[in-house]
Design a protein around this ligand. Structure first.
Ligand SMILES: *Cc1c(COP(=O)(O)O)cnc(C)c1O
Length: 423
């Protein structure tokens, strides 16, 4: 999907579905995150079509966008969830999720998080180390239950993406070296507190080719053969998330382009009985959102022109963190204004506070800009740095809009802080 499918330009004004963006800016203020319900559904249905007729489960990668309203949409569509913390577990339960469709990933699961997930009755713990396996077994035994486990293996494949979002190489902190996995599975088999149910990998994010997935799958299938020879039978194979989206000129594969060869490989290797789990985050929400922001000032310096906007790195961290590229489009493109090259920056006192660089645009002070592809790793990574309230979030459905998270108030930002009273 291109970034603008549900954010069309109509009569010279950018819309979210059927609502002109200036109307949303007037009603809710800026900076404002706007999500299209139709875009969420479109993205979901591309996965749903790709798995039709197969035993497969899509577990939405919650950290991409964890607003309850977004989680609720996916829950209603039949999604499971991939969580990485006890906090995310609370969120998805609050959104109405069925815990039996939940997988729990992450390298640092704490005791309370494991207890909480065992009590909820989740589908699977994706275990990332020998030490975690031991802790999980101990807690399960103490509670008198068996923890369903899958090892997250590191297949040592290069996802060919940004180093910060590549997770399947030997040097990453994630997963268990695939060569050590058989031994760990054998240990798990001995623990009365553990029930082996699957195998898992997640090789990175914003992946735009299918080859790395197929390489990883091959290695996982080899591992499953080795385990079978040891009498260890699995119920599912989890290929993780990571499918990319188009931010600018990327051409990521559609879910069907990825899954057709995956199902074919499973069948060819006699593994058609395994349930396939996927954990997509970005590809379900990334292009379903924009960040709406207003230009406060245009500033011309000898070296550069700056458009200083009311959104900043605290609202959208990806450019500062990964030098990520987001499309920036004027909400009401001007015809009479000269096009100049601008860096789009926020008000935060950091030189890293930029949202886009070197964009040729016809801009005037007070104009609204839409920062595209802001549905994933955008609000969910936001902070209150510089004592800036986090932005409001709105969900649009046709001509209707819902405020799904109000803008934080200034008082909320320090309400929990205390000044010590000394005698
Ligand atoms: C972040 C994450 C995902 C989702 O990744 P996307 O690139 O957003 O699809 C899935 N699984 C795990 C284990 C993750 O850490």
């Amino acid at each position: 999907m291109t970034a603008d499918t549900q954010f069309p330009l109509r009569d010279g004004i950018l819309h979210a579905e059927d609502i002109p963006l200036p109307e949303l800016a007037d009603r809710y203020g800026t900076p404002l995150y706007i999500y299209s319900r139709a875009a969420l559904h479109d993205a979901w249905h591309r996965y749903a079509r790709a798995i039709a007729g197969h035993d497969a489960l899509i577990c939405y990668g919650v950290k991409a966008n964890s607003n309850l309203a977004v989680l609720h949409e996916f829950q209603q569509l039949g999604a499971g969830f991939d969580i990485v913390s006890g906090g995310e577990l609370e969120r998805i339960l609050a959104a109405g999720a069925d815990p039996r469709l939940v997988v729990f990933s992450g390298v640092g699961k704490q005791g309370w998080e494991i207890r909480k997930a065992l009590a909820a009755g989740i589908k699977c713990f994706n275990v990332e180390s020998a030490a975690e396996l031991e802790r999980l077994a101990d807690i399960a035994r103490e509670l008198g239950v068996r923890a369903p486990v899958s090892l997250r293996v590191n297949p040592d494949v290069d996802a060919r993406t940004h180093p910060y979002i590549s997770t399947g190489l030997k040097e990453n902190k994630f997963g268990v070296d695939i060569r050590q996995a058989p031994e760990l599975y054998r240990q798990a088999l001995q623990h009365p507190g553990l029930e082996i149910v699957g195998v898992d990998c997640h090789i990175g994010s914003q992946i735009t080719q299918i080859a790395p997935y197929l390489d990883a799958l091959d290695k996982l299938l080899d591992l499953i053969d080795v385990l079978a020879a040891d009498g260890i039978a699995l119920r599912h194979l989890d290929l993780g998330g990571g499918l990319g989206i188009r931010y600018t000129d990327e051409n990521p594969p559609d879910p069907a382009e990825l899954l057709t060869p995956v199902f074919a490989a499973l069948a060819a290797r006699g593994m058609g009985h395994l349930q396939l789990i996927l954990e997509p985050g970005r590809s379900l929400v990334g292009n379903a959102g924009v960040l709406l922001t207003r230009i406060e000032y245009l500033k011309r310096t000898e070296a550069r022109n700056f458009a200083i906007v009311d959104a900043a790195m605290n609202d959208l961290m990806r450019p500062a963190l990964y030098e990520a590229w987001h499309g920036v489009v004027p909400v009401a493109p001007r015809t009479g204004t000269p096009i100049e090259t601008y860096d789009i920056v926020g008000p935060i006192c950091e030189s890293g506070d930029w949202l886009a660089r070197g964009r040729a645009l016809p801009l005037e002070q007070g104009d609204l800009l839409a920062i595209q592809s802001a549905g994933a790793y955008a609000f969910s990574m936001s902070s209150q740095y510089n004592t800036r309230p986090r932005a409001a979030e709105v969900l649009v459905d046709g001509q209707n809009s819902w405020l799904i998270r109000p803008r934080e108030t200034l008082q909320e930002l320090y309400a929990q802080e205390r000044i010590p009273h000394r005698a």
